[in-house]
Design a protein around this ligand. Structure first.
Ligand SMILES: Cc1cc2nc3c(=O)[nH]c(=O)nc-3n(C[C@H](O)[C@H](O)[C@H](O)COP(=O)(O)O)c2cc1C
Ligand code: SF4
Length: 449
């Protein structure tokens, strides 16, 4: 596969803009960063600025699924960092739905630990920068990527697909999750949403991205029964989860979603959001149809993303250094993500968006974030890896008017490698005091990604 491993060697914003033009891409860069400082109302809540921390899993919860020492350290850093919204990482609604044995999991016995975390984030933020970020908890079931205990995957399958099954050695006759089991999980999501509300969060995300259980059902074209086939059936689980969470939490609580606008899994053409005649291109028809329904039902905010970290990481998080050379220039991936957010904003103006895909741009990311907000291609700009590397990115953007190039994420994928080696995820490059040691210990023990 020919690939793009070239260094990120732009000496100024002008050179970066020239490159986007050379690639035939249009991105709304803007040197005036003031749009990012504007508060914004999302349903019943107001975010104090337009910068968000995306959900970033650390795989460092305790055995019962509560936030562990490194989890609390991560959110301390995010709280101090000045972002107007913090999207708490994937929190499983049941033990068997965890993607790793240290994934967070909210339940009747530990919800108060999450309440303490939310309270701590708000207190620290007030002390550090005088504001309070909105707090959204991402609720998940990992589906075919479930690995609740050390050892092999324990996949919960929405359907079979040769390219997806063979990558993880899943037998063609392995049982699918039943409709009755999906109905039981609908109750689990509703219960978890009620606990998140009780714990003091502003809202929950019914996770609909990255090909975990809910996301994969969206493309269950060939699944028999009530959750496969037609658009209505494929979106039934998602719609029931959103309605169930709303019913369980009521009134002003935000029920939102982080949704894939485009799965991008080639060569299989029937994945969600893909143009069947050209699978390399998104087709937003179905995602927009579903989001339109959600917005009509009162959803005020959506976090938009694409791809899967397991099948096409370059679509999911544009990088120029990692496990393989991406088959497209990372700027092409950035532009796809931004166009996706723009498509949703244009189609459903009453639905606020958080766009994804800025970290690859290093110190130039704020200029795209500002242009995206200025031109209403998105409502907020979310940062993932950048928040690991440079947790006070928002404060520097808003108070210094720039990012320090010595602190930015360098899109090297080492945080993901750490995770794949079974470690706790963080940034060994910019947070080396903690994570370089974790990485070297894993290497010494012979762990493999
Ligand atoms: C180590 C790691 C953990 C992640 N954990 C989550 C997660 O829990 N939930 C989620 O929706 N996305 C997760 N993501 C994806 C990020 O939120 C984000 O979409 C992605 O990194 C692209 O944004 P960026 O370019 O700003 O990094 C994770 C990414 C990485 C690298
Ligand atoms: S390890 Fe650090 S610098 Fe590298 S991609 Fe992850 S957050 Fe960015």
């Amino acid at each position: 596969m020919s690939g793009h491993r070239e260094d990120f060697s732009f000496h100024g914003l002008g050179e970066l803009i020239d490159k986007t033009r050379e690639l035939g891409l249009q991105l709304p860069f803007c040197e005036d960063l003031s749009p990012l400082a504007r508060p914004v109302t999302l349903g019943s809540r107001t975010a104090p600025n337009r910068l968000a921390v995306h959900p970033m899993e650390g795989c460092d919860g305790t055995a019962d699924g509560s936030p562990g020492e490194l989890t609390i350290r991560r959110y301390d850093r995010f709280a101090d960092g000045g972002a107007g919204l913090i999207w708490l990482e994937a929190v499983s609604v049941c033990r068997e739905g965890r993607a790793n044995p240290r994934q967070l999991h909210i339940n009747n016995d530990n919800w108060e630990d999450f309440a303490r975390l939310a309270q701590r984030i708000r207190q620290r933020a007030r002390a550090a920068w005088g504001g309070e970020p909105l707090l959204i908890m991402q609720l998940t079931h990992s589906g075919r990527f479930s690995r609740p205990e050390p050892g092999p995957l324990r996949p919960v399958l929405a359907y079979h697909s040769e390219p997806l099954d063979s990558k993880y050695g899943i037998d063609a006759d392995a049982p699918l999750v039943t409709d009755a089991e999906l109905q039981r999980l609908e109750q689990e999501f509703a219960r978890a949403a009620a606990l998140a509300k009780k714990a003091g969060f502003d809202g929950v995300d019914i996770k609909g991205c990255h090909r975990y259980l809910n996301s994969s059902l969206l493309s269950a074209h060939d699944r028999p029964g009530g959750y496969g086939g037609s658009f209505e059936n494929r979106t039934r689980f998602f719609r029931n989860l959103v309605a169930g969470a709303r019913q369980a939490t009521g009134g002003e609580f935000l029920v939102t979603t982080r949704i894939n606008l485009y799965d991008g899994i080639e060569p299989w053409p029937k994945a969600w959001g893909m143009d069947e005649s050209d699978p390399g291109r998104p087709d937003l028809t179905e995602p927009v149809r579903l989001l339109h329904e959600f917005a009509q039902g009162g959803m005020a905010l959506v976090n938009v993303t694409m791809g899967s970290p397991y099948f096409n990481p370059h679509v999911n998080r544009p990088f120029n250094r990692g496990e393989y050379a991406p088959p497209e220039h990372p700027l092409t991936g950035v532009a796809r993500m931004m166009e996706g957010a723009r498509g949703v904003r244009a189609a459903i103006p009453q639905l606020g968006t958080i766009a994804t895909g800025y970290s690859y741009l290093r110190q130039f990311a704020p200029y795209l974030a500002a242009g995206m907000v200025r031109d209403d291609w998105t409502t907020l700009a979310g940062f993932g890896r950048m928040a690991f590397a440079y947790p006070d990115f928002a404060r520097d953007i808003l108070t210094r008017g720039e990012l320090n190039s010595a602190k930015v994420c360098i899109a090297c994928s080492m945080c993901t490698t750490l995770m794949r080696m079974g470690g706790t995820a963080g940034c060994p490059v910019r947070d080396a005091g903690v994570y370089a040691k974790i990485l070297s210990d894993l290497i010494r023990k012979g762990a493999q990604p």
